[in-house]
Design a protein around this ligand. Structure first.
Ligand code: FCB
Length: 441
């Protein structure tokens, strides 16, 4: 069926993030990050932490074997900034860099393209203490970190992603306090954190480009088509405001060098002359994380006077996120129509379900199989309709530490038993491997 739409060279694999899988938070000179602090403050819902997580730091060979068996040709992971610069800047911690060097060499030996992401939320604590993403002081250390790792690994690693989901960092980390570093700074805090990530990303792209010119550079945005809960003017305006905050500050900055008109007044306070040029790419490849649409309504007392509306959906994941595969198709088509059809890939897509281990020890996760199939069908349809979709990486290879939810939400196509750390491929793993092998859904 639609399988034929996945062109030769399509990137197939999974994404992970350092903090969510590595554990070993004190190993080999790693410094503290904001998520270590946040968990130590007891802010994780199930009371767990990521100090061991999947112990990937010691079990990475086994994890690469799982990728190889599934037929992956690509693996997106993140480099932990506090492993490379334990205090955020200064001298490279060779032991931390060595870990990624070994991982990368092993991936390459298996024919798997490594795609590191430079910042998946584990901000070194000293940089947060100096203001974190609220100030411009963070721009130079991020660019220096990017340049340092590319100087060392750029001979072998050709695909680099800068940030992961700056909107989530800004809103949940600085706006409403549900993620590390846990600030409740409201609208201005959110917009500042967004703008400074945009600037840091631009600076990193330029620093890397000055180092080598043979790389494919990009970043990863969480994009969710926003719609209003009703046709009431208040709800329609709320959905447009949220679209500007959630999707367009990053997208318009990166691809157009613009600040969304709806937010210009609020952002004038800290957007300086020259910033618009500095936040514009150029990038070669845009990573998209897609989980669902967003249905919004007017709600006083919340940032931007926007609240979560009723999604009117009859399929839900264990995160209580609606299952809306058609939203992925619409998103890809809108990027083609409104942003000049950039080269994109799905950098994350997947679902948490309340997996049960059967008597035979297997996990028959039919709901996750259906989720993957339906979203892959949307990708195939968008590609058939002319979108430049270059790949699909599921979230995630392993069950892992799901941020504020701790270990209670399982997104893996491979189960992790957190007592024994044993890995067990689920039915979804076999399904995904079949799709990769046959190109059929
Ligand atoms: C995304 C994050 C990723 C993971 C998934 C479920 O927002 O990028 O780390 O937590 O959600």
């Amino acid at each position: 069926m639609e399988g034929q739409s996945f062109q030769a060279g399509f990137l197939w694999g999974a994404s992970t993030a350092a903090y969510q899988i590595e554990g070993a938070v004190h190993a080999e000179g790693r410094g503290a990050c904001v998520w270590d602090t946040f968990t130590a403050q007891g802010r994780i819902m199930d009371g767990t932490n990521a100090f061991v997580a999947c112990d990937h730091y010691h079990r990475w060979r086994e994890d690469i074997a799982l990728m190889k068996t599934a037929g992956f040709n690509t693996y997106r992971f993140s480099i932990a900034w506090p492993r490379i610069f334990p205090t955020g800047s200064g001298t490279v911690n060779e032991r931390g860099l060595g870990f990624y060097e070994r991982l990368i060499d092993a991936l390459l030996a298996e024919g798997i393209t490594p795609m590191p992401c430079l910042f998946h939320w584990d901000l070194p604590q000293p940089l947060e203490d100096a203001g974190g993403w609220q100030g411009r002081e963070i721009i130079a250390p991020f660019a220096a970190y990017a340049q340092a790792v590319v100087r060392r690994l750029g001979d072998r690693v050709k695909h680099w992603m800068m940030l992961n989901e700056p909107n989530v960092v800004a809103i949940f980390g600085y706006g409403v306090g549900e993620h590390a570093p846990g600030h409740t700074l409201g609208e201005q805090g959110i917009l500042r954190a967004l703008h400074h990530q945009n600037l840091a990303q631009g600076a990193a792209l330029r620093a890397i480009d000055s180092e080598r010119s043979d790389l494919t550079l990009g970043t990863v945005l969480n994009l969710q088509p926003c719609r209003a809960e009703s046709d009431k003017p208040g709800d329609l305006a709320a959905a447009a405001r949220w679209d500007a905050v959630w999707n367009r500050v990053t997208l318009d900055g990166l691809l157009r060098g613009q600040i969304p008109a709806l937010l210009e007044d609020k952002m004038d306070e800290f957007v300086l002359p020259g910033d618009r040029a500095a936040i514009q790419g150029p990038i070669d490849l845009l990573g998209i994380n897609y989980y669902s649409r967003m249905t919004m309504k007017e709600e006083a007392g919340r940032p931007f006077n926007v609240g979560w509306g009723d999604a009117g959906c009859d399929r839900w994941t264990f995160m209580a996120w609606p299952v809306q595969p058609d939203g992925l198709y619409d998103l890809l088509i809108s990027l083609k129509a409104d942003y000049g059809n950039p080269a994109v890939f799905i950098a994350e897509n997947g679902a948490a379900y309340d997996d049960q281990v059967d008597e035979d020890g297997a996990v028959h996760d039919d709901d996750r199989v259906a989720f993957l199939r339906d979203h892959l069908a949307s990708v195939a349809r968008a590609a058939a309709d002319g979108c430049q979709v270059k790949g699909y990486l599921c979230w995630s290879l392993l069950d892992n530490f799901e941020w504020a939810y701790g270990l209670s939400k399982r997104f893996g196509i491979v189960r992790v038993d957190y007592d024994t750390l044993k890995r067990t491929p689920k039915d979804s793993y076999r399904y995904f491997a079949d799709v990769i092998r046959t190109g059929r859904l």
